[in-house]
Design a protein around this ligand. Structure first.
Ligand code: ATP
Length: 140
């Protein structure tokens, strides 16, 4: 069996990754899934978290929020609503989004859509975690 499969990660505005990968971990709605070459066909919905993938040049990580992934034995396509490389994450923007979501969740304003605020908080916290982990690695 081939040692790699084709990995494509796209958002509505860009093609972020098109590479041969040895292994990918991605956040399904019910937890992380591992994809290896020869994986049985599968379609899954994505949650919020990190996609990490291993290529000949090392292991790479992206922040991802919502979307779908389709696995075939020789190809994995990720259609993400939003995805960023750690170095492209604007941490000040994510901190602001986190504070805004927390304020909404704590308010008693009947206009607040709590589930939307919870989703925004999850995205902001995930971006901050992924940006930090990468900065910590770069410091080593
Ligand atoms: P915000 O409230 O700051 O817009 P959000 O979680 O609502 O955050 P999304 O709807 O998930 O934002 O994403 C909208 C677009 O902005 C996507 O293209 C996403 O990649 C980008 N984006 C959102 N937050 C950041 C960030 N902190 N750094 C870099 N890009 C971001």
């Amino acid at each position: 069996m081939a040692a790699t499969f084709q990995l494509e990660i796209v958002t509505p505005t860009k093609l972020l990754v098109k590479e041969d990968a040895e292994e990918v971990q991605l956040p399904g709605l019910d937890g992380y899934l591992g994809i290896l070459p020869g994986h049985a066909p599968l379609i899954t919905e994505l949650g919020v978290g990190s996609i990490s993938y291993k290529t000949g040049s090392g292991t790479h990580t992206l922040a991802v929020a919502w979307g779908f992934a389709e696995a075939l034995p020789d190809k994995l396509t990720v259609l993400a609503e939003a995805a960023e490389r750690p170095e492209d994450i604007d941490t000040a923007r994510a901190e602001k989004a986190k504070r805004r979501a927390e304020e909404r969740l704590q308010s008693s304003n009947p206009e607040v859509d709590y589930s939307r605020a919870e989703d925004a908080l999850q995205r902001a916290e995930s971006r901050l975690t992924i940006a930090k982990v990468t900065i910590a690695k770069d410091d080593r």
